[in-house]
Design a protein around this ligand. Sequence first.
Ligand SMILES: [Zn+2]
Length: 170
Amino acid sequence: MRCPSCGSLDTQVKDSRPTEDSAVIRRRRVCLTCNFRFTTFERVQLRELTVIKRNGRRVPFDRDKLMRSVQIALRKRSVDPERIEQTVSKIVRELESLGESEVTSETIGETVMEHLRALDDVAYVRFASVYRNFREAKDFETFLGQLSDDEGGAKEGAKESTEAPAGARK
Ligand SMILES: [Zn+2]
């Protein structure tokens, strides 16, 4: 594994430990040239996925990118990073298990929403509002209305998140 700091290939594993119920192995590594410490993750990949974007372009599925959008939706929410990792793993596992090597960005968006909803109401609304690209405040309010109809307790989260889309778009 190449050192991300100095580029040396002379790196060593200091310690390995399973996380997420042994679905992931986390390895702490150290660069023997510059002493930089970093972490790598080893996960099962069931299938190579290609994303079909709305404009028809195909790009390789990127777990890190998915993680970033989930993290943006969860910004300043107190959710355990381990639970976030687990959620992203569940999303990826679900996409890989669809049985297709190509998956639309729409399917990914819907899957992410489903899982965020279970994780954190506010993150769910943030993600959904960006994903569904609400142009009019009215659409957004209708959507929030649906949310609080579905889940009695969602009101507080929905209220707090009305200001979120601007921040989440950065
Ligand atoms: Zn190095």
